[in-house]
Design a binder for this molecule. Structure first.
Ligand SMILES: NC(=O)CC[C@H](N)C(=O)O
Length: 309
């Protein structure tokens, strides 16, 4: 058996007794229904290989991991102008925090906290209807994953729209500073739907490959973003991808990563692989507890760290 496949299976085996640890996100009712006793691991390598273990082919709600794709789309549409709307500093605050927004006059710290992703959703709307933009995001995810079966879970989107008081507050707050160009309902329509994309670890690992391969999709042989942009997106993932848990994640795993409250994490080992893990139970920062442990073991055993092997 392939060495990497063996390693991935070993990580799964060693964490088997921990599966179910952490707390499933319950502020989105539809996510509260997910069985926490699941763990998936998928590693997509630059040569097109895919190594999986556990529940790697079960689709889950990717939530904030989708913010990597909307940031990529946003940068593609408006380039560096995007940074006039949103910063690129770690927030040190919870993903749904509102406190900094007032001090910083409605300009979110980075594109991965909720406020920042809402600002990016506004930007990519660019005068279009939410439906068109949501379609564009789904197509982009399908293109990256090379899989046309990827869809949005409309129950999750609806569930979040019905209970998303925080996000509604954040969007209204930004609008009060004149920071959103479109109606709050349209912007949040895009945001809630992209968060509700359902993907498996295998699909997600495949979709993140362009970030590991200097912006080029090594399987399709087509360029997704420039080398420089891929590097910059990775830097944002490292500094901001796990909110106020980003320092801990960098310390333990040493790779750029983006988490979602569905329990998924996409991590990038530049020049080597794109890795997706999923286990629904979350730690106190809203990041997958067992997922992060899986990445920590994987990084240790492969020697993949941007800080040295
Ligand atoms: N961290 C996350 O995944 C949060 C995304 C979720 N859709 C929210 O807005 O609360």
């Amino acid at each position: 058996m392939n060495e990497l496949q063996e390693l991935v299976e070993g990580v799964y085996r060693d964490l088997k007794n921990h599966i179910g640890e952490g707390k499933v996100a319950d502020y989105i009712p539809e996510l509260a229904k997910v069985d926490p006793r699941q763990l998936g691991i998928a590693v997509a390598t630059l040569d097109g290989g895919l190594h999986v273990a556990g529940d790697a082919d079960t689709a889950f709600s990717i939530q904030s991991i989708s913010k990597v794709f909307t940031l990529t789309l946003g940068l593609g549409k408006v380039g560096d102008t995007l940074w006039t709307r949103v910063g690129r500093e770690p927030s040190g605050s919870a993903f749904n925090s509102i406190v900094q927004l007032e001090y910083e006059k409605g300009r979110p710290r980075n594109p991965f906290i909720n406020a920042g992703a809402i600002a990016v959703a506004d930007l990519i709307l660019a005068g279009h209807q939410p439906r068109e933009v949501i379609g564009e995001i789904v197509h982009f995810a399908r293109f990256l994953a090379g899989d046309d079966s990827i869809v949005i879970d409309h129950e999750v989107a609806k569930s979040e729209a019905e209970t998303g008081y925080r996000n509604i507050a954040l969007a209204n707050f930004m609008r009060s500073f004149g920071r959103l160009d479109h109606p709050v309902e349209h912007v949040l329509g895009v945001y809630f739907h992209h968060c509700a994309l359902a993907m498996s670890c295998s699909q997600l690992a495949r979709a993140g490959l362009y970030l590991a391969a200097g912006g080029n999709d090594p399987v399709l042989g087509s360029r997704v973003v420039s080398r420089e942009r891929a590097r910059r997106i990775n830097s944002l993932m490292l500094m901001c991808g796990h909110y106020d848990g980003s320092g801990d994640f960098a310390y333990r795993v040493g790779l750029p990563g983006k988490s979602g409250v569905g329990g998924g994490i996409l991590a990038v080992a530049p020049g080597k692989a794109s890795i997706a893990v999923w286990s629904p139970g979350l730690n106190e920062y809203g990041n997958s507890q067992v997922g992060a442990a899986a990445l920590e073991l994987l990084a240790q055993r492969t020697g993949w760290s941007i800080f040295g092997s």
